[in-house]
Design a protein around this ligand. Sequence first.
Ligand code: SAH
Ligand code: SF4
Ligand code: F3S
Length: 486
Amino acid sequence: MNEYRLPNAKQARFRNKTYQAPIIYDAVKLTDSQKKLGVNLNYHVITYGCQANVRDGEVISGILEQMGYTFSDALSKADIIILNTCAIRENAEKRVLGVIGSLQSYKRKKPEMVVGICGCMPQQEQMAQNIVAKYPIVELMFGTHNISSLPTLLENVLTTRKRNIEVFSALGSIYEDLPSVRQFRHKAFVNIMDGCDKFCSYCIVPYTRGQQRSRRWEDILKEVKRLKEEGYQEITLLGQNVNAYGKDLDQGCTFADLLEKVSDTGIRRIRFTTSHPWDFDDRMIDIIAQRDNIMPFIHLPLQSGNDEILKLMNRRYTSKQYKELFDRIKEKIKDVAISTDIIVGFPNETEEQFSDTLKMVEYCQYDNAYSFVFSAREGTPAARIEDSVSLEEKKRRLQRLNERLGYYSKLNNKKWEGQVVEVLVDGFSKTNPEIMSGYTPQQKLVNFSYDNAQIGAIIYVKITQGMKNSLNGVQVHPGKENHEQY
Ligand code: SAH
Ligand code: SF4
Ligand code: F3S
């Protein structure tokens, strides 16, 4: 195993407060031979996990296309398949390991096919060793810190047919000017930072993504302006903790300042995710409230409604502070929608502690929510706590929670019935070409019948029905004089 470079759990935990991440411009420079490697060959990338991974998947596609590869929808036609993985919960990992297993039959039929794995799973020491030992089909492995090594690693695999495994644990760098093939032509993800230093006790992300490092605001703005010139209508600013943006730089630009600058570009729609309740300051709320092109939708992860559990989770806010922040956001931002993430069954969570989470759900009446059963992640502090609650009990709690979450998302969606909303059109329904879909400013999914709508346009839809997870509607064409009111 010596020729392989594998991550190190101790290094992954390490942080240096005075670290200034190096910025690497033009990180991917292909040699002439690398530019030809993929000509007449097909690639397929499967991305799991969060938006940060989706953005990385776009970069991986961009690199492969620069190498001459062509995208193929069919796995059977692919000459290289890359699994861009997530490690947030055990079931996410199990799914990927299952897929690697199922690729064996393709590999048998086409032995020259390359199977690669990257993303957060191989960033964990044990997992990386496990994949190397048990899945010989994987010939290419890299991590979140060295996506830009892909051309070199892949060239080595193809020319020597030896496994190329290079994953390292690092504080991290900032890569600019990476090639990418974006998923859409009308909405785009823009990374504003990578890594996380919050170390919530259950979470693997700080170990798989490195120290928090923000991009310079000038570079972010350049990307947004270019997207706007290319016709993009919507951008989503991405970071594990966008409100902590800039705290690792001495450029005097907070997230509120960045929002202002991005709003000034005049791009039609701005979103951001994720905003940790900690460090969510009033100036941020004011700017979101004042600017028409910043969408009234906030993802505000709660995780738990109980103060003891929140403390054990190392979330650094109390249920009271969360409620106060929630109230300020609701009060100041007109028609704001709020979504959340909740974990049930943190080790030894009692029925009473769980009921505090339910109470918080009754209070906040979220528009939308993602709920999870706690999953022990090796190397995190929470995984070392001996747990007295059974998985069956945790699943029962999840069901009870989901029933309440579903009730409120439907209630909130019903409020839109009869109203006319702006929708950015994403595309056609998979099952019915007479139906298109898109999102409202509040990030509500709308399926609507249309008479004159194009993908990428912002149009008006009258809502006819609010359901648990989406709205139904009909395209309308209100007179110009009425536009103001919508
Ligand atoms: N940075 C974001 C969260 C990213 S992970 C934030 O702090 O809000 C997305 C969600 O996955 C988390 O909000 C949490 O609810 C859930 N999650 C993270 N680790 C988990 C674990 N070990 N078990 C279950 N759910 C987890
Ligand atoms: Fe994980 Fe907490 Fe960082 Fe979010 S803030 S990525 S939950 S450690
Ligand atoms: Fe998963 Fe990594 Fe994102 S663990 S949630 S893909 S940062």
